[in-house]
Design a protein around this ligand. Structure first.
Ligand SMILES: [Zn+2]
Length: 397
C-alpha cells in the first residue's frame, strides 16, 4: 500500500510538487466540484455504482489536498470520505485524469493533554489545541454529570488522553478520546471510553444515552457498516457507510428515533431518501425508498417507530433493500453502535475489561497531574508542504 503511493507520488516529486490543502465546500456535489476545477466529468462517470455513491458521502469541510506540479498543474486530488478511505483523482502517464478509491495514509499520535482552567473547558481546550472537535467531545463527555458554569476554580486541572490522526501534516478526522478528568470543587471526576466505544463513569455507569431503534420490524441485515474494506476479488477498496436491511418492496420503514425531518428528496446515488435530525445531534438517513409516507416532508416532527416510507430500490441499488445511515455532523458512523442498549453496570468478563481500562487511565491522569505535560504540536500549521517521497513526512515551505 505504501509502495503504491510512493510510486504515484514519485514522478510529481521529481517535478518539485507541492501540496495545497483545501476544504470540501458544504453541500457541493461531486460533479460541480469537477466542473469548478475544470476536470473531465468522465472521472465520475467511469466509476462503478458503489464508488459513485461514495462521492455523496464526502463530509462537509473535509480536509482535502491538491498536489500541484511547479506549473500549478493538478497532478492529484485527495478527498477523504472518512478517516480510512479517500477518493484519489490522479493524472495518468497518458495525461488523462482518473479516479480510484484508496486508503488514507496517516500517522496517529496518542497524547495526554493537561489544561489548567482559565475560563471554561471548551474555550481552554480550544485555545490549547486549536481543535473544536476535541473541545466539544470533552464537553459532551461530562454533559449531565458536571455543570461547568459552577464549581470550576481557576487553575483546576483538565486532563484528556486522546489519539489524533494526522494526514500530510494536518490533524484530520475526529480525535478519539480514551478518558478525561476534570476537577470540580476540589473533587476529581473522570469519564472513560470502554471497548464498546461508549463513555462510562468510574463505576461503569453509562451517561451517554442512545435511544435509537432499528428502522424495520423483523430486520434482516444483509450488509454491515465498514469504513474501509479490501475486496479480494475486485482487488479494490470499498466502504459501506451504513447498514443494509434486505426486505420486500413496500415494507414499512420506521423512524429510528424521535426527531425532525430535515430532508425528503432524490439523490442520484441514494435514490428516494429521507433524513431525520435527532435531539442528540445525530442524523439518520433512509435510502433507496420506493415511496415516502404521505405527509412526511421537511420540517415535520416524527416519533420513534413511526412509518416514514417504504422499501424500494431507487437510486444506485442492486435490489430492494433499505440502506440505513447515521451521521454525526456529516461523518458517517456505525448505526448499530448507537442502538438501544442496556445501561446497567458491567458484569463478568466485560467488567474486568472495563476495570483494566479505567485503572490504566487513572494512572495516566495521575502522571499528568504530577508532570503537567504541555502540548507539543507535531506540526506547524502552514498552508503548503513539500512531501518527502521516502517517508511521507511533510516540511513546510
Ligand atoms: Zn447500503
Amino acid at each position: 500500500m505504501g509502495r503504491f503511493f510512493v510510486l504515484l507520488l514519485l514522478p510529481i516529486l521529481l517535478f518539485g510538487g507541492s501540496v495545497k490543502p483545501f476544504k470540501w465546500k458544504d453541500g457541493e456535489s461531486f460533479l460541480s466540484f469537477l466542473e469548478r476545477k475544470k476536470l473531465p466529468l468522465s472521472v465520475y462517470y467511469n466509476l462503478d455504482k458503489e464508488d459513485q455513491k461514495l462521492t455523496e458521502d464526502i463530509p462537509y469541510s473535509a480536509n482535502c489536498q491538491m498536489i500541484l506540479d511547479n506549473k500549478n498543474f493538478i497532478r492529484q486530488i485527495l478527498i477523504p470520505v472518512n478517516d480510512e478511505l479517500q477518493l484519489q483523482i490522479y493524472l495518468t502517464p497518458k495525461k488523462r485524469y482518473e479516479m480510484k478509491v484508496t486508503p488514507v495514509v496517516s500517522e496517529e499520535y496518542t497524547e495526554t493533554l493537561y489544561v489548567p482552567i482559565q475560563t471554561l473547558p471548551y474555550n481552554d481546550i480550544l485555545k490549547t489545541t486549536g481543535s473544536k472537535n476535541l473541545a466539544s467531545i470533552f464537553v459532551k463527555m461530562f454533559k449531565g454529570k458536571v455543570d461547568f458554569r459552577r464549581g470550576l476554580q481557576p487553575g483546576a486541572p483538565i486532563i484528556i488522553v486522546y489519539t489524533q490522526k494526522y494526514r500530510l501534516g494536518k490533524p484530520f478526522s475526529m480525535p478519539e478520546v480514551h478518558g478525561a478528568m476534570v476537577e470540580v470543587n476540589g473533587k476529581k471526576i473522570s469519564v472513560y471510553r470502554h471497548s464498546d466505544g461508549r463513555f462510562y463513569d468510574e463505576k461503569g455507569g453509562q451517561y451517554e444515552k442512545f435511544l435509537f431503534k432499528l428502522p424495520m420490524k423483523n430486520p434482516r441485515i444483509t450488509s454491515r457498516f465498514t469504513k474501509s474494506r479490501y475486496h479480494p476479488v475486485l482487488k479494490r477498496y470499498r466502504a459501506h457507510l451504513g447498514v443494509d436491511f434486505g426486505a420486500r418492496p413496500g415494507t414499512p420503514i420506521l423512524s429510528t428515533g424521535e426527531g425532525k425531518v430535515s430532508f425528503v428528496g432524490y439523490s442520484s446515488g441514494y435514490g428516494k431518501t429521507i433524513k431525520i435530525r435527532h435531539s442528540n445531534g445525530l442524523i439518520s438517513l433512509y435510502a433507496h425508498q420506493k415511496s415516502f409516507k404521505k405527509g412526511i416532508r421537511s420540517g415535520v416532527r416524527v416519533k420513534q417507530g413511526e412509518i416514514i416510507g417504504y422499501v424500494g430500490s431507487s437510486g444506485l441499488s442492486s435490489g430492494p433493500h433499505l440502506h440505513f445511515g447515521v451521521y454525526r455532523g456529516s461523518n458517517a458512523i456505525d448505526p448499530l453502535g448507537v442502538m438501544k442498549k442496556k445501561t446497567e453496570g458491567f458484569s463478568g468478563k466485560e467488567r474486568k475489561v472495563f476495570l483494566a481500562i479505567r485503572d490504566k487511565m487513572d494512572r495516566r491522569f495521575k502522571e499528568a497531574l504530577k508532570n503537567k505535560p504541555t502540548r507539543k504540536p507535531y506540526f506547524d500549521f502552514h498552508e503548503t508542504y513539500y512531501v518527502d517521497s521516502e517517508t511521507f513526512k511533510v516540511k513546510p515551505f
